[in-house]
Structures are given as structure tokens and as C-alpha cells.
Ligand binder design. Structure first.
Ligand code: UD1
Length: 359
């Protein structure tokens, strides 16, 4: 009899990570796995959720827990209560969680308390910065999950240092890069003027609480970015959290503000850009794969390989590092990315083969 896996997704960056896994399960009947897809509803806007299911051809979820927004405690608690009901009904052999959002941690806790095994995809990455809610989610998830699927050797080392055993850890690569590779031929032009898309332009994304929750700092950051771009246009797809602070306060004819973009359009946008300035986790990896210069507006990163092997540099507005990064870029010194082992488009398949053996 086939083994049953409950696959969990909750927020935008999760959808790119589950896509390659559910497709690999569908394409490998010999693995003997069936999946039940649970969307927690942490992200519920069409622009942050449904469009990604369509673009990535992810099947409709079997359950949508529709938890919506709220404080961390409320959102986490509501996911746990609703997910417990799903597990009581489905009684799966394994729960599979991805990434580091509140849904990842909440569903891991729920499953483990019911003695159900958990596999964590993108396990072991660490910023060592407990001010980030995602770091807490990663640490809690990895302290109790059973199987760890990792993107790089550094993540394996972090897990071993935290007490995980070698036979629990599988270095398989990056499912977000699988999704990027398999959709490269499907990317589509965003609804922006050709004149802009054919020029040298930058892409800006900001959504971390540390960058956007103070209105004054957010506006300073955007103003500084525009100054340092020295006349280059920037496209800024604005996350709802950022939109609440921004209202319509920043006006510049060089800054093109758009709603959150569809996946296939966003990848077109970054692939054809000259520079990306971001505070996202996944975009650091995507720009490295696409060999597009990336400046990450954070103090640290849980993805150090994008700095060591990729195009990424860390910078912030407080100590001159952003200005120096921009000076290096404006002088034409661009880092070239090297290949990162296992970021080859076959990670989903490796995960399915491994799960098939384990279960
Ligand atoms: C969440 C994740 C973060 C991830 C990000 C990607 C956590 C702790 N954070 O942050 O790791 O990088 O998603 O987007 O899990 N909102 C909407 N529509 C939605 C969802 C949210 O308008 O569909 C609004 C909410 O009202 C809320 C704000 O956006 O005030 C933030 O949403 P929330 O899910 O709390 O966290 P994100 O900042 O999106």
C-alpha cells in the first residue's frame, strides 16, 4: 500500500518549495507515495497565494485552513488547532514542511505531539539572529523534526552542531532552484513598458519587519536606494506589509511601484535586471543562480553560500556598507556566481527517492 504524506504550505515562499516535490511525487509512481496538500492560509491574497498555485501548476489544496493574519501567537495557535483536525482525519505516515514561516513551525509541533514523523525541507540554515521570527521557527522545527533535507553542506554542519545524527540528514539541494530551472522557459513579461524592461534597471523588494515596520526608516531606505542608483530606474513590487507603511509617501519618476508580481513575471523581471536590492531569503538564492548582482539589506544571512559562491553582498543603511556596495557596483565590479553543488533542478526527485526508501 502507498504511504501517505501530508505536504504543508502556508506563505508565498513555501509555494515555490513544494512545487517541485509534489510534481516529483506525481511523476514517480514507483516511489509508492501519495500526498494530501494542506494550505494553512497564512497568506490568503490572490497576489500572494492563488497566482502562485496557477503559475507553478500546483494542484488545488485538499484542505485550506484559512487562518489568515494575526499576531505570531494567534496565527501559530490557530494553525495548530486546525492542523490537528486534519491529522486526526488523515493519519498520515509523514508530514512534510518547508522553509521557515510560522506555518512550518506550527505544523511540525502539532505533528510531533501526535507522534507523526516530520521531514523538514531546507533544514539547518541559520542566521543566528533571534530577532528574526524565521530563525526561531527554524530552530524549533529542527529541534524536533525526524528527517532533514538540506540545501548545502553548511546546513549539514549546523544540524550536526545542534545534535542531529548523520543518518537523519540528507544533502539534496534546493527545491526553489528546481522550480526556477523548470520554469525558465515559461517566464513572461510583466505589464510594464518595454522601454523600461529593455533598459538597465534595478529591482527592489523589502518586507522584513526590521526594514519596513518603522515608517521613517523605510522611507529613508528607499530615498537612499534611489540616490545611490544615480538615475537608474528601480521596479519595486510592494508586499502588503510594506504597503501599509508606505501608503503613497514616496514619489519619484525613477521608482516604479507595482503590486506583488506573479512568479513567472517576477523571475522575468530579475533575470533581465542589472541589480537586485532585497531583504528576501529566496531572492538571494535566485539571483545567485541567475548570476544577477544582489545587495541584501540585512545584518546577516542564513544563506552564506550566496556570498561565498554567489553574487550576494550584505549591506545596511547605518554603517556605510550600502554606499560601498553601490560604489563597487557603479564602478562595474560585479561578482560572478559559481555553481553550487546539487542546485541542479533534481532536488525534488532526490527527496522523493529518499522518502520512498525511508518509509
Ligand atoms: C511571512 C513570513 C516570512 C516570509 C514572508 C514572505 C513568518 C513569520 N513570516 O512574512 O518569513 O518571508 O511571509 O511574504 O511566517 N497580509 C496580507 N495578505 C496576505 C498575507 C498577509 O495583506 O495574504 C498582510 C497581513 O495583514 C500582515 C502582513 O501582510 O499584517 C504580514 O503578513 P504575515 O503573514 O504576518 O507575514 P509576512 O510579513 O508576509
Amino acid at each position: 500500500m502507498n504511504k501517505k504524506i501530508v505536504v504543508v504550505a502556508g506563505a508565498r515562499p513555501n509555494f515555490m518549495k513544494i512545487a517541485s516535490i509534489v510534481h516529483a511525487i506525481e511523476e514517480t509512481p514507483s516511489a509508492g507515495l501519495d500526498f494530501v496538500l494542506v494550505h494553512t492560509g497564512q497568506h490568503y491574497d490572490k497576489l500572494l497565494s492563488d497566482n502562485f498555485f496557477e503559475d507553478l501548476r500546483i494542484p488545488n489544496p485538499n484542505y485550506n485552513l484559512a487562518v489568515g493574519s494575526g499576531s505570531h501567537a494567534k496565527q501559530t495557535a490557530e494553525i495548530m488547532v486546525a492542523f490537528e483536525g486534519v491529522l486526526q482525519k488523515e493519519r498520515p505516515d509523514l508530514v512534510l514542511v518547508v522553509g521557515d514561516v510560522n506555518s512550518t513551525m506550527a505544523c511540525t509541533l502539532t505533528a510531533k505531539k501526535m507522534n507523526i514523523k516530520v521531514a523538514h525541507i531546507e533544514a539547518g540554515i541559520r542566521s543566528f539572529d533571534l530577532d528574526m521570527p524565521e530563525e526561531i521557527n527554524r530552530m524549533v522545527t529542527d529541534s524536533i523534526a525526524d528527517y532533514f533535507f538540506t540545501t548545502t553542506q553548511i546546513a549539514n554542519t549546523n544540524l550536526r552542531n545542534a545534535g542531529a545524527k548523520g543518518n537523519q540528514i540528507f544533502l539534496v539541494g534546493n527545491t526553489m532552484i528546481d522550480t526556477l530551472i523548470s520554469n525558465q522557459c515559461r517566464i513572461s513579461k510583466p505589464d510594464l513598458p518595454d522601454e523600461l524592461l529593455d533598459s538597465n534597471y534595478a529591482v527592489l523588494t523589502l518586507h522584513r519587519p526590521s526594514n519596513v515596520d518603522s515608517e521613517r526608516e523605510l522611507i529613508n531606505t528607499i530615498t537612499k536606494v534611489m540616490e545611490e542608483l544615480k538615475g537608474m530606474k528601480a521596479v519595486f513590487p510592494v508586499h502588503p506589509r510594506t504597503a501599509k507603511q508606505l501608503k503613497n509617501r514616496v514619489k519619484s519618476n525613477l521608482l516604479v511601484i507595482t503590486p506583488p508580481m506573479r512568479y513567472l513575471e517576477f523571475i522575468y523581471l530579475i533575470k533581465n535586471s542589472s541589480l537586485v536590492i532585497t531583504d528576501s531569503g529566496g531572492i538571494q538564492e535566485e539571483t545567485t543562480y541567475l548570476n544577477i548582482p544582489c545587495i541584501t539589506l540585512r545584518k546577516n544571512t542564513e544563506r552564506p553560500e550566496t556570498i561565498d559562491l554567489g553574487t550576494n553582498v550584505l549591506a545596511n543603511m547605518k554603517d556605510g556598507t550600502f554606499e560601498s556596495a553601490m560604489r563597487v557596483f557603479n564602478e562595474g565590479f560585479i561578482k560572478n556566481a559559481k555553481n553550487i553543488p546539487f542546485w541542479d533542478g533534481k532536488t525534488g526527485k532526490r527527496i522523493v527517492d529518499t522518502l520512498s526508501k525511508i518509509l
